[in-house]
Design a protein around this ligand. Structure first.
Ligand SMILES: [Zn+2]
Length: 118
């Protein structure tokens, strides 16, 4: 399960950052997920809640009250014909000139944007 290994990675990273910043608990973890990254946000939050108290952490119980916030990013496309940059819709063509020769820009990202703790 793709999302589960991602969640482990997220928890490891935030746990290490919390330790560095001497936080005893993390309340919120914000991640950015591009719509083309093949990650399902619901599955990500489900996995997060399922394992947040199971993973070994530097600080015991650091994730007990943590919730995962997933922000999805649209896929942007750049038209090769007219140079128009736009958010890719379901029709997969340039809204300006109708061409379907597009370069995708963005939408494949996946990273930890921020987290809160104390
Ligand atoms: Zn175009």
């Amino acid at each position: 399960m793709h999302e589960l290994s991602l969640v482990y990675e997220i928890l490891r990273t935030v746990d290490a950052a919390a330790r560095e910043n001497q936080l005893s608990r993390v309340t919120r973890v914000g991640v950015v997920v591009g719509k083309m990254s093949s990650v399902l946000p619901d599955s990500l939050t489900f996995s997060f809640d399922a394992v947040k108290n199971e993973v070994p952490t530097w600080t015991p119980g650091v994730f007990t009250e943590a919730r995962l916030e997933v922000e999805t990013r649209d896929v942007e496309a750049h038209c090769r014909l007219c140079g128009h940059l736009f958010v890719l819709g379901p029709d997969l063509a340039c809204p300006k000139c109708g061409a379907a020769t597009l370069d995708l820009a963005g939408g494949t990202e996946l990273y930890i944007d921020s987290f809160d703790g104390e």
